[in-house]
Write a protein that binds this ligand. Structure first.
Ligand code: MBD
Ligand code: FE
Length: 320
């Protein structure tokens, strides 16, 4: 079957009205985007000869995605967050702002307003007694290797079951989430627990679609970072712990070679004692280089909806 109607005056006029081009009110950018999106959706229906059954399956799939708050989970699963990073990397390159520690995706599980500490923070609430103790430490440096004092290192990671506090209501408030300002040597240190990898809810709509693609929905064990200091480009990144079965097979495409970090088991009681520990632990070291910029808009994280962050976005002009 090959039904071709996209070039007809009727469909062109329909798209024109769908996008509100024949109305004066609204937002020009929204009209431009919706016109293009709906044109391309119609084109896909034509080119792939999408049946009504397939079409309505997709519509109710989107309903389910929203009911489960999984749109922001499917997005990285379909490589969209990674694609935005590829664009930001290219933009940096063009602006002469390349270099430093590479970015990788934020993911959907950040919570704003974590407790702030100077130089050292304990991140776990002590309830996960079976978990391996982790000492996470490193220096924030400029591109000449000079330490950056008073940089803000905002860290968050999953527990030993792969769950994140706030989203996993069984965890205490801000468990495994802290902001640490660096000391005079640019160093931050956290005592926490080794996280496990994340897996998409097995019965949720994201996993349902991944199943149709023959894909899993797992991430390797990883730790998220926002790093900021006035005068430097804000950095959103993560480290992936080496040796995880998913380190190079992340459903969210966030792994980068420079961000794979070895974890070292430390048995030496003297080194344990230097971190106030009476037991062996696992040490994870991650040094981070920031890139200088005078452009203040690049010194903070971009706006998006985040848990406990103001949900008021900048008001959009009603006309372009
Ligand atoms: C995560 O923990 C995560 O970091 C991403 C990107 C997606 C789902 C869960
Ligand atoms: Fe994560």
């Amino acid at each position: 079957m090959s039904i071709r109607t996209m070039q007809s005056a009727e469909v062109k006029e329909l798209l024109h009205k769908v996008a509100g081009f024949n109305k004066t009110g609204g937002n020009e950018r929204a009209k431009q985007v919706v016109h293009r999106v709906m044109h391309d959706v119609f084109q896909i229906i034509e080119d792939l000869d999408i049946t009504p059954e397939e079409f309505w399956q997709a519509v109710y799939y989107i309903n389910e995605l929203g009911q489960n708050s999984e749109a922001s989970l499917l997005a990285p699963g379909l490589g969209m967050d990674k694609y935005l990073d590829i664009r930001l990397d290219a933009e940096d390159e063009q602006a002469g702002l390349s270099g430093g520690t590479p970015r990788t995706i934020e993911g959907p599980l950040y919570v704003a307003g974590a407790p702030q500490h100077h130089a050292f923070a304990r991140m776990d609430d002590g309830t996960d007694s079976a978990a391996e103790v982790m000492i996470l430490t490193g220096q924030i440096l400029d591109q000449d290797g000079q330490p950056l004092a008073n940089a803000v290192v905002d860290v968050w990671h999953a527990d030993s079951k792969g769950g994140y506090s706030y989203f996993d209501r069984s965890q205490s408030e801000y468990n495994l989430r802290r902001r640490i300002t660096t000391d005079e040597q640019g160093r931050y240190t956290a005592r926490s627990i080794i996280p496990s990898g994340y897996g998409c809810p097995p019965e949720g709509p994201t996993q349902k679609l991944l199943n149709q693609l023959g894909r899993h929905g797992n991430r390797p064990a990883h730790i998220h970072f926002f790093i900021s200091k006035p005068g430097y480009k804000h950095l959103t990144t993560q480290i992936n712990l080496a040796g995880d079965e998913y380190t190079y097979d992340d459903f969210a495409f966030a792994t980068r070679d420079e961000l794979v970090v070895d974890a070292h088991r430390i048995e030496d009681p003297a080194e344990a004692a230097s971190f106030g520990l009476a037991q062996p632990f696992t040490k994870v070291e991650f040094n981070i280089q920031l890139v200088p910029t005078e452009r203040t808009e690049l010194q903070t994280r971009h706006q998006r909806q985040r848990a406990l962050e103001s949900e008021v976005t900048e008001s959009q002009p009603t006309t372009a």
